[in-house]
Design a protein around this ligand. Structure first.
Ligand SMILES: [Zn+2]
Length: 92
């Protein structure tokens, strides 16, 4: 592409590769068009990562919600066992 290569594309790519480990290392400087294309790919990758994080956090919330309902149930069973023990004792 006829556009002369400037520091802009290089700088943009450098800052991207510093924060994005998944980006392939690009040594050649890019023209504005290529830089914009890379930027779009980075943004798509970021959105994908955000979705994965959201799914992970939703799974964590589900897990902790299950724990919160499991604990009282466990406590309930313990109390029932204690009551049954007492009833057994009263019968004797
Ligand atoms: Zn180009």
């Amino acid at each position: 592409m006829g556009i002369p290569v400037g520091a802009h594309g290089r700088l943009g790519l450098k800052s991207f590769s510093q924060t994005s480990a998944w980006l392939p290392q690009v040594d050649q400087p890019l023209c504005t068009d290529c830089c914009a294309k890379v930027q779009k790919e980075v943004e798509a990758a970021l959105r994908e990562t955000e979705r994965e994080i959201e799914a992970y956090q939703a799974a964590l919330r589900r897990l902790s919600a299950e724990e919160q309902t499991a604990l009282p149930d466990e406590e309930f069973r313990r109390q029932m066992a204690a009551v049954e023990e007492e009833e057994d004792r009263e019968r004797c």
